[in-house]
Design a protein around this ligand. Structure first.
Ligand code: IVH
Length: 704
């Protein structure tokens, strides 16, 4: 391709000439992008390329009405956005289960076969491809044009980063080809190549700015720039590897769809290949592990995916990950350093957790200065002492771990570590109960660490998320007695108004009138809170975000949640109420026992009463599956099913919002009876419960 810049300056162009030239520039720049990014064979220098873009911009400035829909300028320096809006994903963006050992990969293969009811001989094609260590992105194309780009966020809701993604040269603003569906949400990974990461950090250093710890953080930081022209200056890469919502698909295999992506102009990973056995999968893993350092971008493992889409559909999801895919992770990175001190943190459940303060060391590009030591048995087992040289490992986002001690380097005076027997925060006895490895503070109600930690959790990002009320403020307000329990947050403003001028927050150092006003406003804004966040915020043991959501989805309202938990507390294990909770997908005895422990403690119930007097808990809007006629129904499977395995049937039912119970009771809505159904069928008939054949069930579930 040759450059055919007209000799006329922009000012000399007539309107008609400008129009022709804009068309030519759009085409030419797109061709250079293609050569540079997809074929790795640029034909012009960066300076010449920039000159083309500049000329395009200058012409557009003179004739704004001539700006083309496919103009290169639409992909760079779009106007800055105030903040990112939220985007709800039509299909949640899930994560992947992990495998570390070869056996776990073999087990994955076996599990897939078992679930689908396939014989050991039946071939199962798996797509194997690198797991890119970047950030996932969702790109919605409507009639071939990029209409929306969103981050993963919490998987259900991400951020609208369209303006920024538009500036990424590797993301085509238009797809080419005649078989592009009307609407398709392409998913993939944004990453920063090693060379660009190095350059970026050099520039940051020269400008006296903060360095990025690794390419992934740099990519995330670059994408989440409020000014898209900054994103535009960071040469982010992109690989498409999946999809969410789509009006239709171009193929019926994983590899077929991804290859179509490639044909439409989306970058796809060149290493992707199809494997026909576990041995081939492991062979691919080893081969890529060797090439890893030379790829030019970070990968942290291999992803295996069942190739047939009808099988993917049948396999479905469990918890937050697909049954049809798994990530086979590369071993984490390691380094040695010295233990400077062993410190104890008291968590919100009173657990005393030892941590090692380390001499800072770089592990896989990140400076590590702390590592968890888990508990005292673990310290004893590894015999970790202050002054020891230790081997530390960091795997992805996980908190660094101490793998072991380099005994030859132990200083002579080093003494075995002894865990304190009193809580460092309140002085209460810290004990180990039964077979528990964790030592806990017994001062539950008086221990400031526990109360403070609970409050910090309560206001944290995924809980109440109160702007201006973070860990620092909680520390301060707690110590001054302004906020002792969650409800106090919502009475803070009213109580403050009743104080004498000198005691009010506005008279405190560092709290101007404006910032106090903003804080009170931020608190007011959170008086309404969705049920799942509310449950998570309570800080009940074993009730994390996912469990909070599972409970909220199944129970719908705060009242239903409370009634269910209190009934299980009163009835105990074996009661119907306990069983009802156990029937909720994702909930098992560990969680139920933790709920019971929480609701058995009168102080918790009192704090909860105080809190709900102040806030409105919003019911969870039920998901799309509520539309299914089986949503909310309790079903029992019995006998041998012919069309699918029992596990699969259970998964399908749960996906549609039904509860699957193990035995027939008065709450059962349907019994699905396969061949040779026995006592459960008899019991259902006796109790007058509707009995369906497998085919009738499939029709009702919309699967026939
Ligand atoms: S497939 C249903 N393929 O890994 C989830 N993910 O741990 C399907 N990732 O959030 C994900 N490379 O950001 C898939 N080749 C690849 C990937 C990949 C990187 C990321 C992705 C996801 C995370 C899951």
């Amino acid at each position: 391709m040759t450059q055919r810049m007209t000799t006329k300056t922009v000012d000399e162009l007539t309107r008609a000439e400008a129009k022709t030239e804009l068309a030519r520039l759009a085409k030419e720049i797109a061709q250079h992008d293609e050569l540079y990014y997809r074929r790795d064979a640029p034909e012009i220098s960066d300076a010449d390329y920039d000159a083309l873009r500049l000329r395009n911009a200058a012409i557009e400035e003179r004739f704004p009405e001539l700006r083309r829909p496919d103009s290169p300028s639409r992909r760079i320096g779009a106007s800055p956005v105030e903040a990112f809006g939220k985007v709800r994903h039509a299909v949640p963006m899930l994560s992947l289960g992990n495998a570390f050992a070869d056996e776990e990969v073999a087990e994955f293969g076996a599990r897939v076969r078992r679930f689908l009811g396939l014989g050991a001989k039946e071939p199962v094609e798996m797509v194997a491809e690198p797991k890119i260590d970047g950030l996932s992105i969702s790109l919605t194309y409507v009639r071939s044009r990029l209409a929306l780009a969103a981050t993963r966020g919490d998987g259900e809701e991400g951020e609208n980063v369209t303006a920024n993604v538009m500036t990424i040269r590797q993301v085509p603003p238009r797809l080419t080809g005649t078989d592009v569906p009307e609407r398709i949400e392409v998913r993939g990974e944004i990453y920063l190549p090693h060379a660009d990461f190095k350059k970026l950090n050099e520039e940051q250093a020269a400008a006296g700015a903060k360095l990025f710890a690794n390419p992934r953080n740099a990519a995330a930081g670059s994408l989440r720039q409020l000014d898209p022209s900054i994103t535009a200056r960071r040469p982010l890469g992109f690989f498409a590897y999946g999809w969410g919502d789509a009006s239709s698909l171009p193929a019926n295999t994983q590899s077929g769809v991804v290859e179509a992506f490639g044909a439409w102009g989306l970058p796809i990973n060149p290493l992707m290949r199809i494997c026909r056995s576990v041995d081939e999968m492991l062979g691919f893993y080893r081969k890529v592990a060797l090439e890893r350092a030379d790829l030019g971008y970070d990968i942290d493992g291999i992803v295996y995916k069942v190739n047939r889409l009808d099988w993917q559909e049948r396999l479905g999801f469990v918890s937050r990950a697909p049954r049809w895919a798994i990530a086979h992770k590369f071993p984490a990175e390691e380094a040695t350093t010295r233990v400077l001190e062993i410190t104890i943190q008291v968590g919100r459940t009173g657990a005393l957790t030892p941590a090692a303060k380390l001499e800072p060391v770089t592990v896989g590009g990140v400076v590590v200065s702390n590592a968890t030591l888990h508990n005292e048995d673990e310290i004893a087992r590894k015999d970790i002492r202050v002054g020891d040289t230790v081997l530390v490992r960091r795997a992805g986002d996980v908190i660094p771990q101490v793998l072991g001690v380099v005994k030859e380097k132990r200083p002579q005076h080093a003494k075995p570590y002894k865990m304190p027997e009193v809580c460092p925060a309140c002085g209460s006895k810290a004990v180990r109960e039964g077979g528990d490895v964790v030592r806990r503070c017994t001062g539950g109600l008086i221990c400031p660490a526990q109360r403070k930690e609970r409050l910090k959790h309560f206001v944290s990002r995924n809980a109440f998320d109160i702007e201006g009320l973070g860990e620092k403020q909680i520390e301060l307000f707690y110590d001054e007695g302004r906020i002792i329990q969650p409800a106090d947050i919502f009475t803070l403003a009213a109580r403050d108004a009743r104080l004498s001028e000198a005691d009010r927050l506005t008279s405190k150092k560092g709290f101007g009138a404006k910032s106090v006003e903003n804080l009170f406003k931020a608190i007011e804004a959170r008086r309404k809170v969705p049920l799942d966040r509310f449950i998570y915020a309570l800080g009940i043991r074993h009730v994390g975000e996912t469990t909070g959501r599972d409970l909220a989805k199944a129970l719908g309202t705060f009242e239903a949640f409370r009634t269910a938990a209190e009934a299980a507390t009163a009835g105990g294990e074996g009661s119907d109420a306990y069983q009802d909770l156990d029937n909720i997908e994702g909930i098992g005895s560990t969680v139920i026992d933790a709920l019971i422990a929480f609701f058995s403690e009168p102080h918790n119930v009192a704090a909860l009463d105080d809190l709900v007097a102040e806030v409105t808990v919003e019911p969870l809007v039920r998901s799309r599956s509520a539309a299914s006629p089986v949503a909310g129904k309790t079903v029992v499977f019995t006998g041998t099913l012919e069309r699918m395995t029992r596990n699969e049937a259970k998964a399908v039912a749960e996906r549609l919002g039904a509860k699957v119970a193990g035995s027939v009771s008065k709450k059962t809505d349907y019994v699905i009876a396969g061949a040779d159904a026995g006592s459960k069928l008899a019991k259902a008939r006796e109790a007058g419960v509707s009995v369906l054949t497998e085919d009738e069930w499939l029709r009702l579930a919309g699967r026939a």
